[in-house]
Design a protein. Structure first.
Length: 138
């Protein structure tokens, strides 16, 4: 199996539990507090990985592409805050599919912005993914 597929499967398995666990926690913990706690854990774990690998992020602070990471960080913060708040207020079965539309939209952006190949199967897959989300969210 290709290495990236292993990581994708691990990410899928781990992230599948995020929304249900958050929903239970946010019955009594505000969403912004949940964001802070969960991302603090992520930050500490990432720091440990950087130390273990002997990597310093400061090396990349002046890199020409760092501005993309900064923009991504802002968008990630907005997205996570909105996602947690949506989970706090709404049902997991509606919030998660709508949130998951980023997969289809990111695929379209990849096709358009990076001139990635688009096949009939890929186009139909994106269409059916969007259709599935619409049907699940009704």
């Amino acid at each position: 199996m290709r290495r990236y597929l292993v990581f994708a499967l691990v990410a899928f398995a781990a992230y599948s539990l995020v929304a249900p666990l958050l929903k239970v926690a946010m019955e009594t913990i505000p969403s912004t507090t949940a964001v802070f706690i969960s991302n603090s854990i992520m930050f500490v774990l990432l720091g440990a990985i950087l130390v273990y690998r002997g990597t310093s992020p400061t090396t990349y602070l002046s890199h020409p592409k760092t501005r993309y990471i900064l923009a991504w960080g802002i968008l990630l913060a907005i997205g996570i805050l909105a996602y947690y708040r949506a989970l706090e207020l709404g049902p997991v079965s509606v919030v998660v599919p709508i949130y998951g539309l980023f997969i289809a939209v990111s695929s379209v952006i990849g096709i358009v912005a990076f001139d990635e190949n688009v096949t009939a199967r890929k186009g139909l897959s994106i269409f059916f993914a969007v259709l599935a989300v619409v049907l699940m969210s009704l």
